[in-house]
Design a protein around this ligand. Structure first.
Ligand SMILES: Cc1cc2nc3c(=O)[nH]c(=O)nc-3n(C[C@H](O)[C@H](O)[C@H](O)COP(=O)(O)OP(=O)(O)OC[C@H]3O[C@@H](n4cnc5c(N)ncnc54)[C@H](O)[C@@H]3O)c2cc1C
Length: 389
């Protein structure tokens, strides 16, 4: 199979700077050379390829938009989005790793951490020497994280955390967990280091989706942490929600990577698979599917470049991120389903990437705010009327 050539029906490349295109090409090559050759095996085994952490760090992919002073690449948001797109073309699990490390661990440290916390953690996280996770969701509180039961109590020299988190990406392999807990009834962020007494992070097994990603519980049984481990830069649910907005921005781009992988696979297959003496690409119904896929990819590309420009200009609103995440992931899943159809029986084999993307996208449409929650966020923005409860 030839090298992936990109998908660009509307000349969206013309909207990118040379530097942004260079970042994309670099990560594209990395994914072709390092991710795609191993990903099906990792997916089958249900393991995250730890061997990719160091090379991803070397490329500056962790905390990529943060400043060089903390060992980060200082990319703009469009370049960062293109990184996410290319990683997810490889696998949503690989993109999830980078998203969590960057948007859910390094971002809160940067935005709400003390100078000491930033200096301690950001360079190590950027170099991939430390791995982080973000613990917000609980067994009984997913879409409604404000109801969380995990609590922190102040002691003479620090805090005691107790509670349980669930569905935490990177949990079992993390050196530091950003844990959200209520202190006197108000959500605060705390850093819990691996090995702290009373803290464990068992891996969740049995996933049909995001198999090449570690997903864990976080169990906090009277975990004593020092005062210096609270994020001092603010409190309230808006803090973790702002982190989620960063991560959702990356997901909106990442979904385009999955779309491209599925479209590319379906197109190549349709051109070479012969039925009734003709390539299946010659049938009108196949062409209709391919046309629909390419149209949605094109719309998502244009939407997302503008999203990135707004973010770089500092005028982006979280409701716009919701619209993009909701739209792009929904259509990525539709494209994966259509691509699987074009591949016929072969569509269910892991010789092709389509079914893996399709299964992965079932997580992506749920995490970082479900499709429904993003509908309600935009709905509230349109009408001024919240419809959550
Ligand atoms: C693979 C994976 C990795 C994850 N990684 C992380 C992580 O790193 N950190 C973290 O904190 N969390 C993580 N999550 C958790 C994820 O964010 C939650 O699963 C998500 O927020 C949804 O919560 P829930 O699963 O409890 O579903 P629920 O909130 O129980 O929702 C179930 C269904 O009800 C719908 N629903 C709920 N409320 C409403 C409403 N008001 N109106 C209409 N419909 C509604 C939902 O849209 C959904 O369809 C991960 C999840 C997965 C699957």
């Amino acid at each position: 199979m030839g090298r992936f050539q990109g998908v660009d029906y509307f000349g969206a490349d013309g909207l990118l700077s040379e530097e942004e295109k260079l970042v994309r090409e670099t990560v594209r090559e990395f994914v072709d050379e390092r991710v795609i050759p191993i990903i099906e095996e990792q997916n089958r085994a249900g393991t995250f390829p730890m061997s990719l952490v160091a090379p991803m760090a070397e490329l500056g992919l962790f905390g990529a938009t943060l400043p060089a002073a903390y060992g980060c690449a200082g990319m703009n948001n469009v370049a960062y989005g293109l990184v996410m797109q290319e990683l997810e073309r490889g696998d949503s699990g690989i993109r999830s790793f980078a998203s969590v490390q960057s948007a859910l661990v390094m971002y809160p440290l940067f935005a709400y951490g003390s100078e000491e916390q930033k200096n301690t953690w950001l360079p190590k996280l950027a170099r991939g020497e430390s791995i982080g996770c973000f613990g917000l969701t609980e067994p009984d509180f997913g879409s409604n994280p404000g109801g969380m039961l995990t609590k922190a109590e102040a002691t003479a020299d620090g805090y005691v955390l107790s509670g349980a988190k669930m569905w935490i990406t990177n949990g079992s392999i993390a050196d530091v967990a950003v844990v959200w807990a209520k202190l006197d009834g108000v959500v605060n962020g705390f850093l819990v280091e691996k090995g702290t007494r009373g803290f464990s992070a068992p891996e969740m097994k049995g996933k049909h989706s995001l198999r090449a990603s570690v997903t864990s519980e976080l169990i906090l049984e009277d975990v004593h942490i020092p005062k210096a481990n609270r994020l001092p830069g603010g409190e309230g649910l808006r803090l973790p929600l702002a982190c989620l907005s960063q991560a959702r921005y990356g997901i909106a781009w990442g979904a385009i990577g999955s779309m491209m992988a599925c479209y590319d696979s379906a197109l190549r297959y349709a051109m070479s698979r012969i039925q009734f003496g003709r390539p299946i690409a010659s049938f009108q119904m196949t062409q209709e599917k391919l046309t629909g896929m390419l149209t949605e990819i094109t719309k998502a590309q244009l939407l997302t470049v503008q999203l990135g420009r707004l973010k770089d200009a500092g005028t982006l609103r979280y409701q716009q991120v919701s619209m993009a995440k909701r739209n792009n992931v929904f259509h990525a899943l539709e494209i994966a389903r259509q691509a699987r159809g074009i591949l016929g029986a072969n569509g269910i084999l892991d010789e092709y990437p389509v079914m893996r993307h399709m299964a992965n996208l079932e997580s992506v449409i749920t995490y970082e705010g479900t499709h429904e929650m993003h509908t309600l966020i935009v709905g509230e923005d349109i009408t001024g009327i919240p419809a959550y409860a």
